[in-house]
Design a protein around this ligand. Sequence first.
Ligand code: ADP
Ligand code: MG
Length: 305
Amino acid sequence: MYSNSGGTAIQAKIVNQLRDRDIEAITDLNLGHANAHNGTITCHNVNMEELDAFFSYNAGQQTPYQVFLYQVLNESIPCLNSFESFSLSEDKLRTSHRLSRAGIRTPDYRLCNTKDKPMLKNTIREWGGRLVYKPTDGWGGMGIVKVEDERSLDMLIPFLDQTNIPHFYVERFINYDMTDYRIDIVDGEFVGCYGRQAPKDDWKTNVTSGGSVIRREPNDELVALAIKAAKVTGLDIAGVDVIYDQEHEEYVVLEVNGIPAFATPEQEAAGLTFNEGKIERIVNLIERKAIEKHASMQAALTSQL
Ligand SMILES: Nc1ncnc2c1ncn2[C@@H]1O[C@H](COP(=O)(O)OP(=O)(O)O)[C@@H](O)[C@H]1O
Ligand SMILES: [Mg+2]
């Protein structure tokens, strides 16, 4: 569990609620401090494969080392979120593709081969002279650029040729009111919603880009959309980001976050009150996964007798 922004207090509540249900919880099992050897992953002398479930909630980016061990551990025990859904949510192309195929509206997107400059040019023409470039593995709005006309793209191309960007993932710019919805879903159920507003001189709502958090109530359509997006991505714990396309008058899912932050103490004081409900649903989820795993291990042992 992340320890800043109130994370330590959230962790204590989760651990206490698990203990009330006779589920032992071991904290600080950071995969960054673990290692794998001869069929086991150990962290601080704990054999990770003997756990009934592994719940990890790290803020910020995980190191390639952590991600690698997460993948391996996920093959033996239930991880929350599963490695498959986590890695999907870390990739913008894969997420948009999965959502689109399930009939969920995302911004129009295109993955272009870096060699295929004509395709980029055609795309910006087709999209009315604007496009948004995104690194497929970015976060916090970093590296996302809006190209406002074809001439700017022409200027950019010789520069792009000098980089080793593997591909161009581009999206159609959505005309929206510069606010978004973040809808938290745990185990298929709605737990809370808030919004973010881009700063006056920017079009990105990310708090790291200067966006501010606002209180916001979702309607039934938004909740249903978020539940569907969470399901399609396979995330047990999901934060679904939605904006409203003013031109087509419909909601568009921008991304689905696999580690959506709890409200900070300051945000809670300002009226974002979903933490308690979210903690309870996460505890229910961990309990269910652990019981299922425990039961399947018992069954395997019994069948060996
Ligand atoms: N296609 C788009 N049209 C309009 N605004 C967008 C589009 N894509 C992203 N944005 C804005 O940029 C922000 C960051 O984009 P996002 O895809 O969520 O990346 P990140 O993972 O960096 O948060 C969004 O919160 C939204 O405000
Ligand atoms: Mg985002």
